[in-house]
Design a protein around this ligand. Sequence first.
Ligand SMILES: [Zn+2]
Length: 113
Amino acid sequence: MNRYCTSCGAPAAETDFYCSKCGGTVQEKTPVALQDWQKPDNWLTKSILVTIFCFAPFGIVGIVNAAQVNKKFDAGDLEGAQKTAAQAKKWVMNSFWVGLVFGILYSIYIFLN
Ligand SMILES: [Zn+2]
């Protein structure tokens, strides 16, 4: 049981080594499509943290994206959810680095005065 084509995800018989539909290799595990079917990290908590502690404008963009990740996932739009999560991550990291640079510059400014 639980043998699937690694190319198209079609279930295969115990005795099949190659998929009857596409000729792909059959393996004893869950279909490729189902393995990817996990809720992506929505970055919401991190978005809020960088909004408070780092660079707020970028953090807010992160929050807006993060808020849509679960909505898209629940709607069955896995690809959209993953893309939105990637956007949220990008803005969280942008906010983090900008916040870090500003923090360092501000520290130098305080130090020199
Ligand atoms: Zn196949």
